[in-house]
Design a protein around this ligand. Structure first.
Ligand code: G16
Length: 539
């Protein structure tokens, strides 16, 4: 078949280094950009097959998100804008690791197993972030989809690509499948939500944004005019000089618990940081004594859930939302546990997303700031009906209209820094809350996150939504015995799905105890799980 001959010829231009083995991880393939050319080409092929199989548009995003600038990666986006289904993650790994001469066999194997008709048209949207390597790597993806209807969107944030894939596959019901369509939909909803808030001052409209020197900075600039001064952004780390994610961005701020480079905060000023592909956000401010305060994914989930709960409670007498639950991860210290259903899953938006889909309204956020809100079809329909119902009283109608615009403001396909930022700003404005009042909803225990290098991080196996380790032998016992030494302490260990490290998390009643516990657990990991390099030192 001519198609296979073309695959053969083109794959020779994107050869696989012999013996190199990579794994489709938490968010696709991710490693040093120099190792990825063949993977990109093959993911172009796989996305084309997935498109033929689903008879829908599929997305391919070239990004390594929060990783350092020299890394890159690729993730596939399924028809409704969600992460690709697990069975196809397996095919992705199989295809990426087939040696050069086995590629056609591997490809044909997938075609056969999935009974794909090669005569079916294909449509693939390709997006990329601003890394220097993203140009040539996205070209390699396009070589894979070439002549099969691929569409190159060029520079977009990851959530914009997810959004456009969903728009395309819902024939525009979710919105217009363009970047401008995305700006219009979100900004209109934001303006509708905030326009009736009385006396919003310039100070209340002001927000400092750290763009992580990435694609989010470019895109939020493009969006600003659509917001008609309802939000006044001061942008830092806009990519004009600094390096991507270096001393800035959501991951840096969350892990280091300090402001990013270049952002000068005055007391009480609201600030936020995106990550490299703008699918995560964290907020922070400086307290009166100059102390740094972080508002991470848990705090964001709490703010949004309590806002939704409050709006929904205006409808409780009508039993319109009998099954409204909220889902999120690790907010056990928050007052929310008494008001909503809280559930934990393994790390990875794909796991959270599926769990959240089980509810009428599912709010999910990872502590790192990755998350969104999902509304079931039934919930959306009810909200729409109520907003249009002229028999309902004013207060309930107003609540339904707020809910309707809230739905429109949210990118339900995946966590989205820009959409989440607008939602948080709208909620704070509507509730008349300062960032300190938001922070005061509950108090975080002091905590510390560390990374440990081991020879092979797969030796660590976990259970109970990654809260306990089952191997290597003795590790969980070692963690338990150290946790017992401190007050209000917890500690978790798990292999990262995006970096070649083991992540250690510890919390306790004081920062000193959290730091000491994190160090002791890191040492246990180093000693029992095959640590490499220098032994972890006390902080
Ligand atoms: C990806 C996933 C997130 C996950 C993160 C870090 O995010 O989509 O769900 O939290 O990786 O994973 P880990 O801690 O296992 O390395 P991103 O923003 O890097 O694409």
């Amino acid at each position: 078949m001519a198609q296979f001959e073309e695959v053969s010829q083109k794959s020779a231009v994107h050869p696989k280094p012999v013996g190199l083995v990579l794994q489709y991880g938490t968010a696709g393939f991710r490693t040093n950009s120099k190792q990825l050319d063949h993977v990109m080409f093959r993911m172009g092929l796989l996305a084309t097959l997935r498109s033929k199989k689903t008879k829908a548009t599929i997305g391919v995003m070239v990004t390594a998100s929060h990783n350092p600038e020299e890394d890159n990666g690729v993730k596939l986006v399924d028809p409704m804008g969600e992460m690709v289904t697990p069975a196809w993650e397996g095919y992705a790994t199989q295809l990426a690791n087939a040696e050069q001469e086995e590629l056609l066999t591997a490809l044909k194997d997938i075609i056969e197993r999935e009974t794909i008709s090669m005569a079916q048209e294909a449509s693939v949207f390709v997006g990329k972030d601003t890394r220097p390597s993203s140009d040539s790597l996205s070209q390699a993806v396009l070589d894979g989809v070439h002549a099969l209807g691929g569409h190159n969107y060029g520079l977009v944030t990851t959530p914009q690509l997810h959004y456009m894939v969903c728009c395309q596959n819902t024939q525009g019901r979710y919105g217009e499948a363009t970047v401008k369509g995305y700006y219009r939909k979100l900004s209109q909803a934001f303006i509708q939500l905030t326009k009736n808030v009385p006396n919003r001052t310039d100070d209340q409209k002001a927000l400092l944004v750290d763009g992580a020197n990435g694609i989010g900075a470019l895109k939020v600039c493009e969006m600003e005019t659509y917001l008609k001064n309802e939000l006044q952004l001061s942008l830092f780390n806009d990519g004009s000089s600094g390096k991507l994610n270096h001393l800035c961005g959501a991951d840096y701020v969350k892990v280091q618990q300090r402001a990013p480079k270049g952002v000068e905060m005055t007391a009480g000023e609201r600030c936020c940081s995106y990550d490299g592909d703008a699918d995560r956000i964290v907020y922070y401010y400086s307290g009166s004594a100059g102390r740094f305060h972080l508002l991470d994914g848990d705090k964001i989930a709490t703010l949004i859930s309590t806002y939704l709960k409050e709006l929904l409670s205006r409808h409780t007498h009508s039993s319109v939302f009998p099954d409204t639950h909220t889902h999120m991860r690790s907010v056990l210290t928050s007052p929310l546990s008494s008001q909503v259903i809280v559930r934990c899953t393994k790390t990875g938006v794909k796991h959270l997303h599926h769990a959240a889909q089980e509810f009428d309204i599912g709010v999910y956020f990872e502590a790192n700031g990755h998350g969104t809100v999902l509304f079931s079809k039934a919930a959306e329909e009810k909200i729409q009906k109520l907003a249009q119902d002229s028999n309902t009283n004013d207060e309930r109608r107003r609540a339904a209209l707020l809910l309707q615009n809230t739905v429109n403001l949210i990118n339900q396909t995946v966590g989205d820094a820009i959409s989440d930022m607008l939602l948080i700003e709208a909620v704070l404005a509507i509730r008349g809350m300062t960032v300190q009042q938001w922070d005061a909803i509950y108090t975080d225990l002091p905590n510390r996150q560390l990374k440990v290098k081991v020879a092979d991080r797969r030796v660590i196996d976990t259970t109970d939504a990654e809260r306990r380790t089952v191997s290597p032998a003795g590790l969980q016992e070692a963690i338990d015995s150290r946790v017992k030494k401190y007050r209000q302490a917890r500690s978790f260990v798990r292999p990262s799905g995006t970096e070649d490290v083991v992540r250690v998390y510890a919390e306790a009643d004081t920062q000193e105890s959290a730091d000491a516990l994190a160090h002791e657990v890191s040492l246990a990991v180093y000693r029992l799980a095959g640590g490499v390099g220098e032994e972890p030192k006390p902080l």
